[in-house]
Design a protein around this ligand. Sequence first.
Ligand SMILES: *Cc1c(COP(=O)(O)O)cnc(C)c1O
Length: 376
Amino acid sequence: MSEVRFTLPYLPEASIQACDASLISGHLAGDGPFSQRVTSTLDNLLLAEATLLTPSGTHALELAMWLLDLQAGDEVIVPSYTFSSTANAVIQAGGVPVFVDIEHATCNISPAAVEAAITDRTRAVVPIHYAGVSADMDSLLRISEDRGIHIIEDNAHGFGGFHRKRPLGSIGRCSALSFHETKNVQCGEGGALIVNDPVDVDRAQILREKGTNRSQFFRGQVDKYTWVDRGSSWLLAEPLAAVLHGQLTNLEALQQSRKEVWCTYQSELSEWADELGIQQPFVPEYAQPAWHIYFLVFQEPTMRDRFIEHMRAHGIMTVFHYVPLHSSQAGLNFGIARDEFPVTDFVSQGLVRLPLWTMMPTPVVNRVVEAILAFR
Ligand SMILES: *Cc1c(COP(=O)(O)O)cnc(C)c1O
């Protein structure tokens, strides 16, 4: 029997055709016709003021942080349980990441911990929507709004999910998408900044265009194309935007296939998980998931490790993440951790992710379920 991979890239025919067309068209740099189509699709899906395609989700987070004009010593609150990029972006923009703990049920940033971590230097908070399930945005908005603290959503997991009626990524001042090949919508490496506040649109375009007013020039708003601010080169190459275009034309089928895998795991494993005291994902009433990750949390790290071995013996790859940022080498060097992190430490030692990819065949899903049910 062949090995069951943990994740597989999804390349629909529409992506191949669009990418070919873009390569042949001779327009290879960013912001060509495919970029424009992807941008307007994302504008519509996420109700955005503007969408700016970037070379990665990390770049989109950096761009978001630059928009805040952080001063030395300014603090940005991030969960300890996240990917390094969430915190790196804060450092790149001259701020200090302040780590806080997560909630047990969703593995999302804890509003109570955020509230406790606020100081007069706090400028922003960056929730992620872990596994595609919305963070507790009502509480985060309530805590941040009257204190003038901005919410920047790291929406790498949340594309296609909702908080109540609002698409994830449309709630904060801006948000970052990732189109890495492990994400729901993908082009190898890529991302997007979703701008939700009209005041940020021009500035974001300038920062992304090497500090020039090129976008305004092309729209005829200024008569010279010149260097006006700091900036970097944060455009996505056109052939990759074409790959994205192909993915987005298949968006419904793509999300539906991930949903089916997620729901099969959730229902087929529930009795087994109850018996062994293993935690399954919890979806709060305010959340409609994006079906990005399916995970289990074991009570004991040794049992988790034994599970990963068991699955490997059945030819099935399962993986764990994240090493908490607050206790990582860079986190200790660059960040602030004023609090305790019992939930982050517990989840990080007990969590395992199951294979889940777009168009994962049903027999493969069933094989994974059978192997899991044989674990005692
Ligand atoms: C994938 C991911 C990113 C970064 O995305 P890249 O496109 O790989 O730069 C940021 N934050 C989280 C939570 C992610 O999962």
